[in-house]
Design a protein around this ligand. Structure first.
Ligand SMILES: [Zn+2]
Length: 281
């Protein structure tokens, strides 16, 4: 079994939304798209993408839907940098980033909630937009839904952090199957992914405990959509621990993004029903 070393390297700051746009939005190898006004009309939502004009299946990444969760914005950014420039990734992971770069197109919304990022609040100016996916009252929600309808990703990863535990990152997967409106349908994949992550990061990784998230939440809504392959989106939720330093959250977050991409890849395209770490490496 080949294990890659845990990923190190971090960067995290918040000097306001405009500062992010001016200093961090642009990434080598990615194109910027203005997705339009947020619910606070003076602020627009931006996306970054690469290889959208190819036939490659798309992985959708999202961070900053809760404006006060800064480390996910920056660990996602580091992940994005290594996707377009795998040679900059840690030595034993270069080939994995190279593999994902060649096989997939990517779309990433770094800050889905500009107002919250600017004001360091969970909500946008009006509400928690993460629970607006049935009601569609907020422009941010509509932007995300329209984008997903347009690009039809096959894998989706939503990056968060939370304050409930000081030692355990947690994660969750949602996926559906025709006739089964049950987000736990392919539970074995989720369990094996968490096991893989635990082995790689040498952490006690647990499943996100709240089972009551319905289609109002992005992560569950996303799992009920269909990708360009005609299958339901394999939708992952990452919650790093807010009680830990940004450096630790970066390690937790990038490892999780990498494992979830590879785990989904093996399941979707190599027809291994319950992939373990050996299968994905
Ligand atoms: Zn969150």
């Amino acid at each position: 079994m080949i294990l890659f070393n845990e990923i190190k390297g971090w960067y995290c700051e918040n000097q306001g939304y405009q500062h992010y746009l001016d200093n961090h939005l642009q990434i080598d190898g990615w194109e910027i798209e203005d997705l339009g006004e947020s619910s606070t009309s003076s602020m627009h939502v931006y996306g970054l993408h690469r290889d959208l004009d190819t036939k490659k299946p798309i992985i959708y990444l999202q961070s900053g839907i809760h404006g006060n969760e800064f480390p996910p914005v920056f660990f996602s950014r580091r992940f994005a940098e290594w996707i377009s420039r795998p040679e900059k990734a840690p030595g034993d992971t270069k080939h994995l980033f190279e593999y994902l770069k060649n096989k997939y197109a990517f779309y990433w919304i770094p800050i889905a909630n500009p107002y919250g990022y600017e004001h360091q609040t969970r909500d946008n100016e009006f509400m928690n937009i993460n629970v607006d996916f049935q009601d569609e009252t907020q422009k941010e929600t509509l932007i995300i839904k329209k984008l997903n309808e347009r690009i039809k990703p096959v894998i989706s990863i939503d990056c968060h952090n939370w304050e409930r535990d000081n030692s355990t990152p947690c994660h969750k997967m949602a996926i559906y199957q025709d006739g089964y409106r049950n987000k736990f349908f392919h539970r074995e994949i989720s369990n094996n992914a968490l096991k893989s992550l635990s082995l790689i990061s040498n952490e006690n990784v647990m499943e996100y405990p709240f089972n009551d998230h319905g289609g109002r939440h992005f992560h569950v809504w996303s799992g009920a959509q269909k990708g360009i392959n005609g299958q339901y989106v394999v939708s992952w939720l990452i919650e790093t621990s807010r009680m830990r330093t940004p450096e630790v959250q970066t390690r937790e977050g990038i490892n999780a993004m990498l494992v979830f991409c590879l785990q989904s890849d093996v399941w979707l395209f190599k027809s291994i029903q319950n992939p373990t770490l050996i299968d994905i490496m």
